[in-house]
Design a protein around this ligand. Sequence first.
Ligand SMILES: [Fe+2]
Ligand SMILES: [Fe+2]
Length: 271
Amino acid sequence: MHAIPVRRLTFDIPTADDFDPVYMVRNAAVSYNFTGLGLYVAVLEPFIVKSMRRVMDQITDADLREEVDRFCRQEAQHYQQHERFNAVVIAHGYPGLQARVDVLAADFQRFLDERSDKFRIGFVEGFESYTTQAALEILGSRVCDHPRTDPRFGHLFRWHMLEEIEHRNVAFDIYEHLYGGYLYRARMCWVAQSHILRFIRDCTKIMSAADVRRHGEHCRIRPVERVLLAVAPLPKRIRSMLPGYTPHRYEVPESIAEVAGRYSAMADSVV
Ligand SMILES: [Fe+2]
Ligand SMILES: [Fe+2]
């Protein structure tokens, strides 16, 4: 099997009635972070696919072309599944949340209309260099397997994070193949990572405010959690911006291969 397999899976989606917004380890801060990530990627990943497809003809390495194609097909699966979960989140009724998603969509449309291929590929690489590290952390922490996590969301994010690890080298390799250049790559890490973190912070604020009113105090983000949320991304951001950074040096634990095998076995199809 190829190292970047394209799996099609069927997910069990919560209904509007049994959706609990505090679905991850029964912690509001953690749950809203995941929900913010899910809302973000459903808009980002179509942008990734379009940006990559636009430069496909410029790739002169046949293996890299296949990897980019597989990368796009994995991302396409991700956003299609997240869209279904996100519809349940939006239906839960958060004043201002859809408007914030609309601003995000307008950002990406502007990037497609007005920015260069180099900006877009750099943006994708800036995002991937952060999320690969986040994915390794998330799978290592086992929050998706936790007994206090809704298994439907655990399943979705475990699968998505696994595939982020599988295609971790592709955005870096295409950036290096087409453009190279340390300073621009580091700048785009800053731009892309700030973009997602700002969005997640805004969503967390919107969702927490609405849920505290209707579900109670356990949905409030405590000051110490706010500080942790602001500080936790920093080591990953710094690492991605260091000269000499490469995703090829990540140590991927052996347990990831076991998770990969499990997901391939349960998939409706794998190519
Ligand atoms: Fe993805
Ligand atoms: Fe990705």
